[in-house]
Design a protein around this ligand. Structure first.
Ligand SMILES: Cc1cc2nc3c(=O)[nH]c(=O)nc-3n(C[C@H](O)[C@H](O)[C@H](O)COP(=O)(O)O)c2cc1C
Length: 190
């Protein structure tokens, strides 16, 4: 698939078919992740691949707990009807874990370090594009408490679960989401 087509056509999916994803496909998606850039090539990512039903159920419960908390905190109506069933139905959920120690020179900067998170985000985008190119859909999910997710996935306190990537075949057509014009978002300093 042509790269620009993949970037334009990839869409977040919140409705998956139960069809299994082959291990070779998962491995290709993980390999794509590892070709992302990172500060000092520190490769601050690790992955936990979840296909187990009980583990997915625990992730769903944690998502629900956070959804209810966020609804109460924000009052945002959409959270009332936002279904997290995709956390149960996605055949694969890959957790992307970041290592805050592998963050590069920004560890000495006043603003604090975000290099490891930026690198993990680049890895995640590679995963989305690779999945899309192989006929799968995906979702970048972040509505969870890090401490709770560490417990569910068995992650040491020194590392940070940054995102859950749901993967599978889409259960229906994905609605296009518009983008603003580039010129609205850009200034040139010439
Ligand atoms: C950092 C980040 C966090 C996100 N967290 C969530 C999430 O918790 N739940 C969700 O349904 N979508 C989440 N998304 C997906 C966005 O809602 C989605 O990318 C956006 O609406 C644009 O739609 P598109 O991906 O189809 O282009 C997240 C995306 C990013 C980049």
């Amino acid at each position: 698939m042509e790269l620009f087509t993949a970037m334009k056509e990839r869409r977040s999916c919140r409705n998956f078919l139960p069809e299994e994803v082959e291990e070779a496909t998962i491995e290709k998606i993980l390999e794509a992740a590892t070709w992302a850039p990172s500060p000092l090539n520190s490769q601050p990512w690790e992955f936990v691949v979840v296909t187990n039903k009980e583990a997915k159920e625990k992730i769903f419960s944690e998502g629900e707990r956070c959804r209810k908390w966020a609804l109460e905190k924000s009052g945002w109506k959409w959270l009332g009807s936002y279904s997290l069933d995709f956390l149960r139905s996605a055949p694969v959920i890959i957790s992307v874990i970041g290592d805050p120690k592998k963050t590069g020179v920004d560890m000495f900067m006043e603003e604090g370090s975000m290099g490891y998170q930026a690198a993990c985000a680049a890895a995640i985008q590679n995963m989305h594009l690779a999945a899309h190119a192989m006929g799968l859909s995906s979702l970048w999910f972040t509505l969870f408490d890090k401490k709770a997710m560490r417990e569910i996935l068995g992650i040491v306190p020194e590392k940070t679960p940054l995102a859950l990537i749901c993967l599978g075949k889409p259960g229906g057509p994905l609605t296009p989401v518009p983008r603003k014009e580039v010129k609205e978002k850009t200034i040139y300093i010439r």
